[in-house]
Design a protein around this ligand. Structure first.
Ligand SMILES: [Fe+2]
Length: 211
């Protein structure tokens, strides 16, 4: 048998077309386009509501994925006397944001939508400022994280109210319970690190706020 023929089709067995050969390098048209929702689902939520909610949730998803990655960048690149505690704190928040990413993405899918997933698409969609590739000092790292949280929290408040008005109680609950509360708590843990407190020696009151 010529070499070309040998690879023309997967080898067959006595059971007909069955074969252990994996069918590699397959491509086909999408089964659902991004930005659409399934027409009919037994959720008692109209298609336009699900369309608007999935669009808004995808924005929150892109921002949350970016914040998650900003935490890992900070975890790796942190330096200075607070290295150890921040290294651990940043990773804890990274893990919590990873959970939130999954929660948002699966809410979008269950509403009949398509979740944004890949880094290039997330980068085009997020409203969070892109940081440099290099390392930055701790106050800048924390400021960037707080700015990102602020974008997400602001969007959460608007989306929670809108979901409530449209009768989407599930999205309202997810946004308030899983996103808003978690982001508020992380903001507290971060922002306390930007309070300008002496590390060892208490300052005389008259020396405070000079210059
Ligand atoms: Fe690590």
């Amino acid at each position: 048998m010529a070499k070309k023929d040998r690879y023309a089709k997967a080898p067959t067995t006595e059971r007909g077309d069955l074969s252990a050969q994996p069918r590699l390098h397959q491509r086909a048209a999408e089964i659902q386009e991004y930005g659409t929702v399934s027409h009919m689902l037994p959720l008692d939520l109209e298609e336009p509501v699900r369309l608007e909610m999935t669009e808004q949730l995808n924005l929150l998803l892109a921002d949350t994925m970016t914040l998650r990655d900003l935490y890992k960048k900070s975890h790796w690149q942190v330096a200075g006397p607070t290295f150890y505690q921040l290294h651990l704190l940043f990773d804890k928040h990274y893990e919590e944001q990873s959970e939130i990413v999954d929660t948002i993405a699966e809410r979008i899918q269950l509403l009949g939508g398509v979740s944004i997933a890949m880094a290039a698409d997330v980068a085009e969609t997020t409203r969070i400022e892109r940081p440099p590739r290099g390392r930055e000092e701790v106050p800048v790292q924390i400021s960037r994280l707080l700015d990102a949280h602020q974008i997400i929290i602001g969007h959460c408040r608007k989306l929670a109210e809108r979901a409530d008005n449209l009768g989407d109680a599930g999205t309202n609950d997810l946004v308030v319970s899983d996103l808003l509360r978690a982001n508020e708590l992380q903001v507290w843990f971060l922002s306390e690190h930007l309070v300008d407190e002496p590390l060892v020696r208490a300052e005389e009151p008259k020396l405070r706020n000079v210059g």
